[in-house]
Design a protein around this ligand. Structure first.
Ligand code: SAM
Length: 265
Protein backbone atom coordinates (compact mmCIF):
# COMPACT_ATOMS: atom_id res chain seq x y z
CA UNK A 1 0.00 0.00 0.00
CA UNK A 2 1.70 3.18 -1.10
CA UNK A 3 2.22 5.80 1.59
CA UNK A 4 2.90 8.50 -1.01
CA UNK A 5 0.26 11.22 -0.86
CA UNK A 6 -2.18 11.17 -3.79
CA UNK A 7 -3.67 14.34 -5.28
CA UNK A 8 -6.21 15.16 -8.01
CA UNK A 9 -4.86 17.93 -10.25
CA UNK A 10 -6.69 19.49 -13.24
CA UNK A 11 -3.53 20.01 -15.33
CA UNK A 12 -2.34 17.76 -18.19
CA UNK A 13 0.16 15.13 -17.06
CA UNK A 14 3.27 14.11 -19.01
CA UNK A 15 6.92 13.42 -18.09
CA UNK A 16 8.65 16.64 -17.05
CA UNK A 17 5.50 18.77 -16.90
CA UNK A 18 5.05 21.14 -13.91
CA UNK A 19 2.05 20.96 -11.56
CA UNK A 20 1.20 24.11 -9.61
CA UNK A 21 -0.31 23.27 -6.20
CA UNK A 22 -3.22 25.26 -4.83
CA UNK A 23 -3.26 26.56 -1.24
CA UNK A 24 -5.00 23.53 0.28
CA UNK A 25 -2.75 21.08 -1.53
CA UNK A 26 0.37 23.00 -0.46
CA UNK A 27 -0.75 23.11 3.17
CA UNK A 28 -1.53 19.38 3.06
CA UNK A 29 1.81 18.38 1.51
CA UNK A 30 4.14 20.79 3.30
CA UNK A 31 2.47 21.30 6.69
CA UNK A 32 0.53 18.08 7.32
CA UNK A 33 2.66 15.58 5.40
CA UNK A 34 5.86 17.62 5.92
CA UNK A 35 7.19 16.83 2.47
CA UNK A 36 10.41 18.38 1.26
CA UNK A 37 11.94 19.07 -2.19
CA UNK A 38 12.49 15.77 -3.98
CA UNK A 39 9.79 13.88 -2.07
CA UNK A 40 7.31 11.82 -4.09
CA UNK A 41 3.58 12.48 -4.68
CA UNK A 42 1.11 10.57 -6.87
CA UNK A 43 -1.08 12.76 -9.12
CA UNK A 44 -4.06 11.99 -11.39
CA UNK A 45 -6.37 14.15 -13.51
CA UNK A 46 -9.07 11.76 -14.72
CA UNK A 47 -7.68 11.73 -18.27
CA UNK A 48 -4.02 10.68 -18.31
CA UNK A 49 -3.80 7.96 -15.66
CA UNK A 50 -1.78 8.23 -12.45
CA UNK A 51 1.76 9.65 -12.43
CA UNK A 52 4.63 9.86 -9.98
CA UNK A 53 5.68 13.47 -9.33
CA UNK A 54 8.28 15.04 -7.06
CA UNK A 55 8.24 18.23 -5.03
CA UNK A 56 10.17 20.69 -7.19
CA UNK A 57 9.73 24.00 -5.33
CA UNK A 58 8.17 24.98 -1.97
CA UNK A 59 6.98 28.60 -2.27
CA UNK A 60 6.14 29.48 1.35
CA UNK A 61 3.34 27.60 3.18
CA UNK A 62 0.60 28.04 0.60
CA UNK A 63 2.16 27.41 -2.79
CA UNK A 64 4.46 24.94 -4.42
CA UNK A 65 5.39 23.18 -7.64
CA UNK A 66 5.66 19.51 -8.48
CA UNK A 67 7.47 18.05 -11.45
CA UNK A 68 5.88 15.03 -13.15
CA UNK A 69 8.17 12.03 -13.51
CA UNK A 70 6.79 8.66 -14.67
CA UNK A 71 3.39 7.11 -15.38
CA UNK A 72 2.36 4.64 -12.66
CA UNK A 73 -1.06 3.56 -14.02
CA UNK A 74 -2.66 3.96 -17.44
CA UNK A 75 -6.08 5.63 -17.54
CA UNK A 76 -8.63 2.83 -17.60
CA UNK A 77 -12.15 2.42 -18.88
CA UNK A 78 -14.38 3.42 -15.99
CA UNK A 79 -17.79 2.17 -15.04
CA UNK A 80 -20.73 3.90 -16.66
CA UNK A 81 -22.92 4.19 -13.58
CA UNK A 82 -25.02 7.17 -12.44
CA UNK A 83 -26.66 7.67 -9.06
CA UNK A 84 -29.91 9.65 -8.87
CA UNK A 85 -30.90 10.30 -5.27
CA UNK A 86 -33.17 12.65 -3.37
CA UNK A 87 -31.00 14.90 -1.15
CA UNK A 88 -31.12 14.04 2.53
CA UNK A 89 -30.11 15.92 5.67
CA UNK A 90 -26.55 17.29 5.33
CA UNK A 91 -24.41 14.55 6.92
CA UNK A 92 -26.43 11.80 5.25
CA UNK A 93 -26.07 13.41 1.83
CA UNK A 94 -22.32 13.73 2.49
CA UNK A 95 -22.26 10.02 3.33
CA UNK A 96 -24.11 9.09 0.11
CA UNK A 97 -21.76 11.04 -2.18
CA UNK A 98 -18.64 9.76 -0.41
CA UNK A 99 -19.78 6.12 -0.67
CA UNK A 100 -20.94 6.59 -4.27
CA UNK A 101 -17.41 7.79 -5.09
CA UNK A 102 -15.83 4.76 -3.45
CA UNK A 103 -18.29 2.53 -5.30
CA UNK A 104 -17.28 3.88 -8.70
CA UNK A 105 -20.21 6.11 -9.63
CA UNK A 106 -19.43 8.46 -12.56
CA UNK A 107 -22.25 10.99 -12.17
CA UNK A 108 -24.10 11.96 -8.99
CA UNK A 109 -27.44 13.61 -9.80
CA UNK A 110 -29.48 14.97 -6.88
CA UNK A 111 -33.19 14.75 -7.80
CA UNK A 112 -36.01 16.77 -6.25
CA UNK A 113 -39.08 14.61 -5.59
CA UNK A 114 -42.45 15.36 -4.00
CA UNK A 115 -41.30 14.29 -0.51
CA UNK A 116 -37.70 15.56 -0.72
CA UNK A 117 -36.96 17.41 2.53
CA UNK A 118 -33.64 19.11 1.73
CA UNK A 119 -33.91 20.75 -1.69
CA UNK A 120 -30.82 22.93 -1.18
CA UNK A 121 -27.64 21.15 -2.33
CA UNK A 122 -24.17 22.71 -2.03
CA UNK A 123 -22.59 21.23 -5.16
CA UNK A 124 -19.21 22.91 -4.46
CA UNK A 125 -19.06 21.34 -1.01
CA UNK A 126 -20.11 17.92 -2.31
CA UNK A 127 -17.48 18.19 -5.06
CA UNK A 128 -14.78 18.65 -2.41
CA UNK A 129 -16.07 15.55 -0.62
CA UNK A 130 -15.97 13.43 -3.77
CA UNK A 131 -12.49 14.74 -4.64
CA UNK A 132 -11.11 13.68 -1.25
CA UNK A 133 -12.90 10.32 -1.49
CA UNK A 134 -11.49 9.74 -4.99
CA UNK A 135 -7.94 10.49 -3.77
CA UNK A 136 -8.38 8.06 -0.86
CA UNK A 137 -10.10 5.30 -2.85
CA UNK A 138 -7.35 5.30 -5.51
CA UNK A 139 -9.74 5.76 -8.42
CA UNK A 140 -8.47 7.51 -11.54
CA UNK A 141 -11.09 10.21 -11.89
CA UNK A 142 -13.51 12.35 -9.94
CA UNK A 143 -17.28 11.73 -10.23
CA UNK A 144 -19.34 14.68 -11.50
CA UNK A 145 -21.78 16.14 -8.95
CA UNK A 146 -24.59 17.81 -10.90
CA UNK A 147 -26.94 20.62 -9.94
CA UNK A 148 -30.24 19.25 -8.55
CA UNK A 149 -33.02 18.59 -11.06
CA UNK A 150 -36.67 17.77 -10.66
CA UNK A 151 -37.13 13.99 -10.86
CA UNK A 152 -38.89 13.96 -14.25
CA UNK A 153 -36.37 16.43 -15.76
CA UNK A 154 -33.50 14.31 -14.51
CA UNK A 155 -34.99 11.16 -16.07
CA UNK A 156 -35.70 12.97 -19.35
CA UNK A 157 -32.06 14.15 -19.44
CA UNK A 158 -30.78 10.55 -19.46
CA UNK A 159 -30.02 8.94 -22.84
CA UNK A 160 -32.65 6.35 -23.79
CA UNK A 161 -30.15 3.46 -23.61
CA UNK A 162 -29.34 4.09 -19.95
CA UNK A 163 -31.29 1.60 -17.85
CA UNK A 164 -32.71 3.14 -14.66
CA UNK A 165 -32.99 0.82 -11.65
CA UNK A 166 -35.75 2.35 -9.55
CA UNK A 167 -35.36 1.12 -5.97
CA UNK A 168 -38.97 0.55 -4.98
CA UNK A 169 -39.71 -0.76 -1.53
CA UNK A 170 -43.46 -0.90 -1.89
CA UNK A 171 -46.13 -3.19 -3.33
CA UNK A 172 -49.41 -1.86 -4.81
CA UNK A 173 -51.99 -3.16 -2.32
CA UNK A 174 -53.28 0.04 -0.65
CA UNK A 175 -54.85 -1.98 2.17
CA UNK A 176 -51.62 -3.80 3.14
CA UNK A 177 -48.50 -2.65 4.99
CA UNK A 178 -45.99 -1.28 2.43
CA UNK A 179 -48.35 -2.30 -0.35
CA UNK A 180 -48.20 -5.99 0.55
CA UNK A 181 -47.05 -8.46 -2.12
CA UNK A 182 -49.17 -7.05 -4.99
CA UNK A 183 -46.90 -6.10 -7.95
CA UNK A 184 -43.86 -6.00 -5.70
CA UNK A 185 -40.67 -5.24 -7.61
CA UNK A 186 -38.39 -8.13 -8.57
CA UNK A 187 -35.22 -8.64 -6.53
CA UNK A 188 -32.53 -6.34 -7.88
CA UNK A 189 -30.07 -9.23 -8.13
CA UNK A 190 -32.38 -11.08 -10.56
CA UNK A 191 -32.98 -8.01 -12.75
CA UNK A 192 -29.25 -7.24 -12.92
CA UNK A 193 -28.40 -10.83 -13.81
CA UNK A 194 -30.92 -10.61 -16.67
CA UNK A 195 -29.42 -7.34 -17.97
CA UNK A 196 -25.69 -7.61 -17.32
CA UNK A 197 -23.28 -4.73 -17.84
CA UNK A 198 -24.35 -1.55 -19.63
CA UNK A 199 -25.15 2.14 -19.13
CA UNK A 200 -27.02 2.27 -15.86
CA UNK A 201 -28.50 4.62 -13.29
CA UNK A 202 -29.74 3.78 -9.81
CA UNK A 203 -32.63 5.83 -8.41
CA UNK A 204 -33.12 6.18 -4.64
CA UNK A 205 -36.02 8.07 -3.05
CA UNK A 206 -36.09 10.41 -0.03
CA UNK A 207 -36.73 9.48 3.57
CA UNK A 208 -40.46 9.60 2.90
CA UNK A 209 -40.20 7.51 -0.24
CA UNK A 210 -41.75 8.26 -3.64
CA UNK A 211 -45.31 9.58 -3.85
CA UNK A 212 -48.00 7.31 -5.39
CA UNK A 213 -48.06 9.58 -8.46
CA UNK A 214 -44.27 9.34 -8.84
CA UNK A 215 -44.32 5.54 -8.44
CA UNK A 216 -47.08 5.32 -11.04
CA UNK A 217 -45.05 7.30 -13.59
CA UNK A 218 -41.83 5.45 -12.77
CA UNK A 219 -43.49 2.06 -13.13
CA UNK A 220 -45.04 2.98 -16.46
CA UNK A 221 -41.92 4.46 -18.10
CA UNK A 222 -39.98 2.29 -20.51
CA UNK A 223 -36.34 1.74 -19.55
CA UNK A 224 -37.10 2.20 -15.83
CA UNK A 225 -36.92 -1.07 -13.86
CA UNK A 226 -38.47 -1.28 -10.36
CA UNK A 227 -36.16 -3.39 -8.16
CA UNK A 228 -36.41 -4.62 -4.60
CA UNK A 229 -33.61 -4.55 -2.02
CA UNK A 230 -35.31 -7.14 0.16
CA UNK A 231 -38.15 -7.26 2.69
CA UNK A 232 -36.92 -4.54 5.06
CA UNK A 233 -37.22 -0.77 4.63
CA UNK A 234 -33.67 0.57 4.32
CA UNK A 235 -32.66 4.14 5.10
CA UNK A 236 -32.04 5.98 1.82
CA UNK A 237 -28.27 6.03 2.37
CA UNK A 238 -28.27 2.31 3.16
CA UNK A 239 -30.32 1.62 0.03
CA UNK A 240 -27.87 3.65 -2.08
CA UNK A 241 -24.86 1.69 -0.84
CA UNK A 242 -26.68 -1.65 -1.15
CA UNK A 243 -27.87 -1.00 -4.72
CA UNK A 244 -24.50 0.34 -5.90
CA UNK A 245 -22.75 -2.64 -4.33
CA UNK A 246 -25.08 -5.10 -6.04
CA UNK A 247 -24.56 -3.39 -9.40
CA UNK A 248 -20.76 -3.39 -9.18
CA UNK A 249 -20.65 -6.98 -7.90
CA UNK A 250 -22.99 -8.40 -10.55
CA UNK A 251 -22.54 -6.16 -13.60
CA UNK A 252 -19.35 -4.20 -13.40
CA UNK A 253 -15.94 -3.61 -12.02
CA UNK A 254 -15.90 -5.74 -8.92
CA UNK A 255 -15.31 -8.63 -11.28
CA UNK A 256 -13.24 -6.73 -13.82
CA UNK A 257 -9.65 -7.75 -14.16
CA UNK A 258 -7.77 -4.48 -14.48
CA UNK A 259 -7.20 -4.66 -18.21
CA UNK A 260 -5.15 -1.51 -18.36
CA UNK A 261 -6.90 -0.43 -21.57
CA UNK A 262 -6.65 3.31 -22.03
CA UNK A 263 -9.59 5.63 -22.43
CA UNK A 264 -10.33 6.95 -25.90
CA UNK A 265 -8.61 10.32 -25.66
N1 SAM B 1 -41.29 4.94 1.77
C1 SAM B 1 -40.70 4.59 3.05
C2 SAM B 1 -41.01 5.62 4.10
O1 SAM B 1 -41.97 6.34 3.90
O2 SAM B 1 -40.34 5.60 5.11
C3 SAM B 1 -39.24 4.35 2.99
C4 SAM B 1 -38.43 5.21 2.09
S1 SAM B 1 -36.76 4.65 2.25
C5 SAM B 1 -36.36 5.34 3.79
C6 SAM B 1 -35.89 5.68 1.08
C7 SAM B 1 -35.64 5.02 -0.26
O3 SAM B 1 -34.75 3.92 -0.11
C8 SAM B 1 -36.84 4.46 -0.97
O4 SAM B 1 -37.56 5.46 -1.66
C9 SAM B 1 -36.20 3.45 -1.91
O5 SAM B 1 -35.70 4.12 -3.06
C10 SAM B 1 -35.05 2.91 -1.08
N2 SAM B 1 -35.39 1.66 -0.39
C11 SAM B 1 -35.44 1.47 0.94
N3 SAM B 1 -35.71 0.18 1.23
C12 SAM B 1 -35.84 -0.47 0.05
C13 SAM B 1 -36.15 -1.81 -0.34
N4 SAM B 1 -36.35 -2.77 0.57
N5 SAM B 1 -36.25 -2.11 -1.66
C14 SAM B 1 -36.04 -1.14 -2.60
N6 SAM B 1 -35.74 0.14 -2.31
C15 SAM B 1 -35.65 0.48 -1.00
Amino acid sequence: MSTRPRLFVPTDLMAGSPVALDENQSKYLFRVMRLDVGDEVRVFNGRHGEWLARVDQILGKSAGLLKVDECLREQRKLTDLHLLFAPLKKTRTDFVVEKATELGVEVIQPVITQYTQSERVRVDRLTNIVMEAAEQTERLNIPRVQQPLHLIRALEALPSDRRVYFCDERGDDEAAEWGGELNRARPMIDVLQDHGKGSAAILIGPEGGFSPQERDVLRKTEGIYPVSLGPRILRAETAAVAALTLYQAICDDWRAVEDGTGLDE
